[in-house]
Design a protein around this ligand. Structure first.
Ligand SMILES: Cc1cc2nc3c(=O)[nH]c(=O)nc-3n(C[C@H](O)[C@H](O)[C@H](O)COP(=O)(O)O)c2cc1C
Length: 184
């Protein structure tokens, strides 16, 4: 039986998104007892504070999925040296109305894949800044900046490169321990 439900937020809406693939591959590195559910963010309206008193059903759905999770896993590309707008929109939506944020206290991991060697480093730093304000305890180390190379994924969608798999296994072990620690 699953004891820990991880809400996965992928910062790309692209069908063939490498970050989406990375999120799926990471789930294969978790032991039994963890389930990974991808939160839908592509149907959220653009955030408008006028709607705080009547949040649309898509936003209420997102908030309730976050509230019922024991951990958050953000897997995001870097867009123009920051986080994609769709991700920020989802974060803003679920953070409001003031005092009713769904994010507070949920332990999080931040990771991402990009074509560049230091890809997602700046996006991850920007995301950490936002999450700190929202009172989301975020795993500090190890950091994980994954570069997309041809053998990153095998034909089953698992991590294909042995060294990368070893590194990501360590990262996942630390992240899942972080989730457990924050769920006492
Ligand atoms: C609007 C836009 C801005 C981008 N900016 C960056 C960037 O700042 N740093 C970077 O490493 N890659 C950047 N890229 C390239 C992305 O890393 C690459 O497209 C990646 O595959 C996107 O992630 P996805 O495959 O999950 O959709 C950018 C791509 C787009 C579409």
């Amino acid at each position: 039986m699953s004891q820990y439900r991880i809400a996965v937020v992928v910062g790309s809406l692209r069908k063939e998104s490498f970050n989406h693939k990375l999120a799926l591959a990471l789930a294969h590195l978790a032991p039994e007892g963890f389930t990974f559910e991808h939160l839908r963010i592509d149907d959220l309206p653009l955030y408008n504070q006028d709607m705080d008193s009547q949040q649309p059903p898509e936003v209420l759905r997102l908030k309730s999925e976050i509230v019922s999770a024991q951990g958050l896993l953000f897997v995001t590309p870097e867009y123009n040296r920051s986080i994609p707008g769709v991700l920020k929109n989802a974060i803003d939506q679920a953070s409001r109305p003031y005092g009713q944020s769904a994010w507070a206290g949920k332990p999080a991991g931040v990771i991402g894949v990009s074509v560049g060697a230091i890809g997602t480093a700046l996006a991850q730093q920007h995301l950490r800044n936002v999450l700190a304000y929202l009172d989301v305890p975020t795993l500090g180390q190890p950091e994980a900046f994954v570069q997309n190379k041809q053998d990153l994924f095998d034909d089953k969608g698992h991590i294909g490169n042995a060294d990368t798999k070893k590194f990501l296994q360590t990262w996942m072990d630390k992240y899942l321990a972080w989730v457990k620690t924050h769920n006492g």
